[in-house]
Design a protein around this ligand. Structure first.
Ligand code: F6P
Length: 360
């Protein structure tokens, strides 16, 4: 049996642990198995850059962050466009697959990568997908691997800010990764005891944010901590069309959304504000135990799918069971936070402000 494997898109802490899960279960249960690792994601498949892996390659990597295969972003939107030398990328990937006489391709990736995986499935390749991303925004799975490790890091950043914020009586903004969805900000915000959480799914009104800061001051609290997602958006901006929003952002004077929010708070309150952006630290370091377990389980199930010849699915977690979800149902769908979901309600019940009208 010949299996190709690749890690695509932004990396995360648990990619190696997941590949190890797939490989170990295959070596354990299939007599004759060869694994090819494509280098730097789909790029390796397009340009025929790969390594024939040995079982030893998958040893000692359970706790190692990053990816032993390397990764790259190959935008789905451009997959059908020829490269700068006129190469048809989809045809090139199919060529590599058939040249290596692969029985299947295992794709570890987030949203964009799964769209390309689905495209390759439609093109007739046997594809198996695994849900990677610190954003936890893949539809079909309760949890993506990488998410909990990133929550730990973002929470730790907020924890560290707490003591300095309390000492100086300042307003602090911690900007958490997540352009389109706020799972990471929501979880790290709750875990880190943030007072205000701003996420893309709930557009904020700056007046409510300022009310929340003032309410804390009145209650004798010397500081306020905001956990703000990279993609947090104001009510005014959320009303704009995509085109108008892009146009507005052309003249934007801020390096990121937190700086705009800080400016607006400072203007109205005169408070001293500091911004912390943990950035790519959130994708770094070793996977947490939760992710190691999840990755091992998902990887083992992917191996079972290969052995069963059950292709075109993603291994997902649902109610703590690992299940197979058709890739065609997953690809292109974002799992977003519902503003009326219970986790948001519970956070509001303990007084966390989301920048929208307070609950009655
Ligand atoms: O998709 C994962 C993610 O870390 C997002 O949370 C973040 O917005 C983005 O990738 C950053 O991308 P890049 O590593 O390309 O700067």
């Amino acid at each position: 049996m010949r299996v190709g494997m690749l890690t695509s898109g932004g990396d995360c802490q648990s990619l190696n642990a997941t590949m190890r899960g797939v490989a170990k279960a295959l070596y354990e249960n299939v007599e004759d198995i060869t694994i090819y690792g494509f280098l730097e994601g789909y790029k390796g498949m397009i340009y025929g850059e790969y390594r024939k892996m040995a079982s030893s390659d998958f040893s000692g990597i359970l706790t190692e962050g990053g990816t032993i295969l390397g990764s790259s972003r190959q935008p789905f939107k451009q997959m059908r466009d020829p490269d700068e030398n006129g190469l048809d990328k989809v045809a090139a990937m199919k060529h590599t697959y058939y040249q290596l006489r692969l029985d299947c391709l295992v794709v570890l990736g987030g949203n964009g990568s799964q769209k390309t995986a689905n495209l390759l499935r439609e093109e007739g390749l046997n594809v198996i997908a695994l849900p990677k991303t610190i954003d936890n925004d893949l539809w079909g799975t309760d949890m993506t691997f990488g998410f909990q490790s990133a929550v730990n890091i973002a929470t730790n950043a907020i924890d560290c800010i707490h003591t300095t914020a309390a000492s100086h009586g300042r307003v602090f903004i911690v900007e958490v990764m997540g352009h389109k969805v706020g799972w990471l900000t929501l979880h790290a915000g709750i875990a880190g005891g943030a007072d205000i959480i701003l996420i893309p799914e709930i557009p904020y009104n700056i007046d409510y944010v300022i009310d929340a800061i003032n309410k804390r001051k009145k209650a004798g609290k010397r500081f306020t901590i905001l956990a703000v997602a990279e993609g947090a958006i104001s009510e005014e901006d959320a009303k704009l069309s995509k085109k108008a929003f892009k146009e507005k952002r052309k003249d934007w004077q801020y390096p990121s959304v937190s700086y705009e929010i800080a400016h607006r708070i400072q203007e109205q309150t005169g408070d001293e504000i500091r911004i912390t952006v943990p950035g790519h630290m959130q994708r770094g370091g070793e996977p947490c135990p939760y992710d190691r377990v999840l990755s091992t389980r998902l990887g083992a199930e992917a191996a079972m799918m290969i052995i069963d010849g059950d292709f075109g699915n993603m291994a997902c977690v649902k109610n703590n069971e690992i299940v197979r979800v058709p890739l065609k149902d997953v690809a292109g769908k974002l799992k977003m936070i519902q503003p009326d979901s219970s986790i948001v309600k519970e956070a509001k019940l303990i007084g966390i402000c989301f920048g929208d009208a307070p609950m009655k």
